[in-house]
Ligand binder design. Sequence first.
Ligand code: ADP
Ligand code: MG
Length: 692
Amino acid sequence: MEKLLEGFGAKVFSETVMKEKLPSPVYKKWKETLSKRDALDRTTADAIAHAMKEWALAQGCTHYTHWFQPLNGTTAEKHDAFLDKSNDEPILKFSGKNLIKGEPDASSFPSGGLRATFEARGYTYWDCTSPVFIKDNILCIPTVFVSFKGEALDAKEPLIRSCEVISKAAVRLCNAFGDKDVSEVKPVIGLEQEYFLVDKDKFLKREDLLFTGKTLFGALPPKGQELETHYFGTIPERVHAFMKEVNERLWELGIYAKNEHNEVAPAQFELAPIFSEANVAIDQNHLIMEILQTTALKHNLVCLLHEKPYQGVNGSGKHNNWSLVTNTGVNLLDPGKNPHENVQFLVVMCAVIKAVDTYPELIRLFSSCPGNDYRLGANEAPPAIISIFLGEVIEKVLEQLEDNKPSTYEKNSLKEFGISTLSYLPKDNSDRNRTSPVAFTGNKFEFRSLGSSMSASKLNVTINTIVAETLNEICDTLEAHKYRQDVRKAALDICVDIIKNHRRILFSGDGYSSYWVEEATKRGLPNIKTFVESIKYMEEKKSYEVFMKMGVYTKEEFFARVDIMYENYYKIKSIEIKTMIDMAMNKIIPLANKNIALYASSAPYTPHSITKRIENIVAYIDSTYSSIQELKNILTASASFETYKEKGFYLLNHAYPFLDKMRKEYDDIEEVFDYSLMTYPKYDELLYSIDY
Ligand code: ADP
Ligand code: MG
């Protein structure tokens, strides 16, 4: 254990390391700059760069990189050696300028039209709110990525803006309640990462997994997840060895990897670190995803981050636990012992309710990606309808508030639950309701619709921005009152108002039931079935204006993201279709033919059941050929549209029936295919290869 602590964070240029390695005036200057969010002066930057270089070289680094998050949803790095040439001699060099600013040739990253080719340059700037670290002997400097004109070309810059926006709004609120010590409020998040593992040799035999990250064909084996024996079960030995190595690598990077367990589906697992500041947590989640993938390979495994690798068993999400913490250490979503008297808590809670109910389409979209379509709204995951589950206790408090019941009554009623602290009870309640896309879990909101493969950035940009807008509106009213009692009274009135007007978003029943789909429609809640349809909602003024008003995205930045999402959808869907065609043509139909030959070889003695099988396979082949032809035509037709939006909608409206048909027909016929003739693994081999 001591060794663990010794090694923890060894690869992070943390504040402690800075304090130790930097001359005191430089360290002080850096701290001051950071707290004021000023630009670093050249001398300080040079001194920090020098210390960083020495530290990195001592750990065996040869290169550095500006590590950034372009709009393709992943991270990017271009390595530069410390090696340089001076008077024909090799030297090692890393200056303040190298640290602060980079100019990657960024013309191939998606920019949604933000960068015309004549000004295709992008610039990276050090984001000193997230620590520098070493990965594979490369010194990685987290940076924001912006265009020549300063437009955000990445996922990080808007996130930082949104953190500032929510901080200002929440500080206003605390100050309005008389807490003048609060000068900064940080959104903190904990991201639970779900993933699947599959044997690498098996993975490589499936084009669908290789090219799309999911299986496009395959019937469930006799045993799926119905016995729920995998969930929290003993972790298979091979996986345990993998997890151990993942943890070691994460701990070195100062990431508090805390929980690991088997998830619901066979071969599905979860890793959760301890929550941290949003910006750092999202950087670290990128590292977690990368390390899961690279470490898996070392164990001859492949880590699947896709939202729905297998049909018929649970998909993977990335639960996004979100709360707000003040510089004085208070979690604004902590109800404390007496939530009914904790007016400030109630206001923040209601602000989230109002924000989510005002912008459910934004939450829906920004937790989605093409892969999440197979998971959201499917009957095994949070539905595409956004609703909030508060838990019995908090709901009761809000109800009483609305009914204007005296607080003594509330107190008694709370005692009925027989608990002294409330913070754990709602959590238990919400665990019972795992069907809700947004749940209040004790002292945080858990947004569960986010896809497992996605960057958590856009969702948190959205949550921060819309909650900030609501808090600002509330503060406009509260700040008009001078006395504390009046502020509390006004705040309670606002809460009552919000509950009355936004009750429709609250739902504690079974989110997977058909009852809820009907009920939600009655309540007027949007049920946007697919990712591409949800992008369209962004064209409504209501969707984009809030970001502009709050200064988080400019209109150009926002619509650049919309364009990229359309493009992404079309490209991903096209790859799926092409892969499906390719697999059917080159693997499945030949297999079907071999089976016909096999069955036919017993011809003289053929019983009726065998002839029937041959007929079925022949019919299957014919039908598949015709679907393939249809899909090819649809792909060609889609390409002729001008915009990605049109192309995407064309696929949505035309290709889906054939994709479904092809899959269903294959899944039905698979059981008659002779096992020994198959050149690719079936579901049972994929799902159970690492457990047993
Ligand atoms: P589960 O959802 O499986 O019950 P937990 O509630 O223990 O698990 O935590 C899930 C994640 O939420 C973890 O990453 C944890 O660090 C994080 N978390 C816990 N408290 C907070 C909080 N106040 N704000 C944000 N995240 C939190
Ligand atoms: Mg959870």
